[in-house]
Design a protein around this ligand. Structure first.
Ligand SMILES: [Zn+2]
Length: 295
């Protein structure tokens, strides 16, 4: 059975791009008669605000999306918070340390920027042999080769992570596991086998595939999962939508009584499939996309 999830980060009000991702994920899962879960990626608790969590539930209800697992309201969201799973994430990091895939990095952001002129980490500490302590950042040593990601629509893609971001942080300076670790651990534990993301997250998928590979048998289910990376909704000036840039018109549109029809239209357009105006129509239109997964 296909199992997929919606995994928003409650660090701001959702924008149209988040809603389109929800619509596409829900439609694919529905077309596959699969199971859909909601997982709120709230590990970075400093940025989380209760109204952002509420906004996730309100947006899903506005879109007409129901789901099988995960929190249905704010009190359940608190009970299912990733904050309760930190020990699990730390165990995953410890497994990577044991396998010799991780090293301590003592560079500050400024040092990285001064050396490289950007924030792409240059592997400076990779062979420095710094002791791993509670205060050191941990990074995962990426392979030199590009990473292959098989996308169910786009086919085989090769992602050069070295030039995209360099060795990723897997434990932050404040000791918290990084996004890649929490997301991968949850996808493994929840046995997700269809992961739908915007194309801006292709490097994240590639990174998590490499980490899953390093875990050996434990990570195998993630490597076997299906991935789809859809195009991104853009702002009117063609810019990528982002919470940090204050692109949060969705809540205002919802409160003004607008129908989600336009978002479903955009979702269908991004997938280059026949027009759809609601979840039922989009689910019908994506059937050819999911058919190959059902055999
Ligand atoms: Zn370093």
């Amino acid at each position: 059975m296909i199992r997929s999830r919606l995994a928003p980060t409650p660090s701001g009000y959702l924008h149209a791009g988040n809603a389109i991702n929800f619509a596409i994920t829900a439609a694919l899962t529905c077309a596959a008669h699969g199971s859909l879960g909601l997982r709120i990626d709230d590990l970075d608790a400093q940025r989380v605000r209760p109204e952002y969590i509420e906004d996730i539930f309100d947006t899903l209800s506005w879109l007409g999306i129901t789901y099988d697992t995960g929190p249905q309201n704010t009190s359940e969201a608190a009970r299912m918070s990733q904050g309760h799973r930190v020990q699990r994430y730390i165990r995953l990091i410890e497994a990577l340390i044991e396998k010799g895939k991780v090293y301590a990095c003592t560079c500050s952001r400024r040092e990285v920027e001064e050396r490289t002129g950007n924030m792409v980490y240059d592997g400076h500490c990779r062979n420095a042999g710094h002791a791993i302590t509670a205060e050191t950042i941990l990074r995962f040593a990426l392979p030199e080769r590009p990473i292959e990601v098989h996308d169910i629509v786009r086919g085989m893609l090769r992602i050069d992570l070295q030039t995209a971001a360099g060795d990723p942080v897997i434990r932050r300076r404040d000791g918290l596991p990084a996004y890649h670790i929490a997301s991968l651990a949850d996808d493994l534990d929840q046995q997700m086998n269809l992961i739908v993301r915007g194309e801006d997250l292709l490097p994240s998928t590639a990174t998590q595939l490499v980490i899953a590979d390093a875990l050996g048998e434990t990570g195998r289910a993630f490597i076997a999962a299906h991935f789809l990376h859809h195009g991104l909704a853009t702002a009117e000036d063609g810019r990528k939508l982002s919470k940090s840039q204050g692109d949060s018109p969705l809540r205002a549109r919802r409160l003004a009584g607008e129908s989600p029809r336009d978002l479903y239209r955009q979702a269908a357009a991004l997938l280059q499939i026949p027009a759809a105006e609601n979840l039922a129509e989009l689910s019908e239109a994506v059937l050819p996309v999911v058919m190959p997964l059902l055999n």
